[in-house]
Design a protein around this ligand. Sequence first.
Ligand code: SF4
Ligand code: SF4
Length: 297
Amino acid sequence: MNTLIVDVKRNSLDDGPGIRTVIFFKGCPLSCVWCQNPETKLATQEISFNKEDCMNCNKCFEVCEKGAIDPTSEYRIDRDKCNLCGKCIEICPNEALKFAGKEYDIKTLTTLVLRDKVFYDNSGGGVTLSGGEPTLHMDYIHQLLKEFKKENIHVCLETCGYYNREKFNNLILPYLDLIYFDLKIFESDLHKKYCGVSNNIILQNFEDLIKNQQVEILPRIPLIPNITARTKNLENLRNYLQSLKIVKIGLLPYNPLWLSKTKSIGVKANYNRTNWLEKEEKEVIKKIFSSFEFKDF
Ligand code: SF4
Ligand code: SF4
């Protein structure tokens, strides 16, 4: 069984306890306008172009039989003409062109992950399933988690919460140790406007997990100026979390570096905040969540 994975990142200290390997699955059912990992959004393979690594040698232009390379364009590739043959990637001398998304079978991925088992054991770490949205790959992940559990590896799932609950509860939940569950916008119509779907399924899934108490859950809120990080939205989310007796949350500060990643896969961004959160903005947010436990940001 194979699935598309964008990256397997070793030695991460930011995606759960201890030292972790993070697996970024490809494809997401949401389409958040600020997506921090835009190269994981589409469920199919893509090519990314990193302008900073390009030496302007034009070898890609010469090798492309489809006329899909335009050296004068900041996006470089005409994605309507490209058939993903990979010849430009092979010839590029500085890895400015790369595939976003590579097929991994369960055995290869398990072997990769097990290389660092000693670090997981010594640091209280493990593996984090991220993306994209890992739950788009439920059957694959079910098989993968069975292998991880044989080796007693701690598993954390990062999810947007938009999944089939019955399938999730059967195939994935029993193998998890920790869930980072993202909550973005409380108002359903605005959730649909900025994330592409209403939040009804997400909130129902979240409440089901809280009710079941089968696994540790950390709700996380990405702080996107003028979208999620509006006072009204944050107060609504705070009240909602308090009503569920939740005391600990994750607050994820806005990171504008996603804008260059978006350009690298030929997509025009619909949101253009280029600076990080200001100190004053952070203070307002911290005050709203002052009754909760959270890591400073
Ligand atoms: S992958 Fe193939 S078709 Fe696409 S731009 Fe590169 S050489 Fe051209
Ligand atoms: S082959 Fe690579 S380095 Fe050369 S022009 Fe193309 S993208 Fe740039």
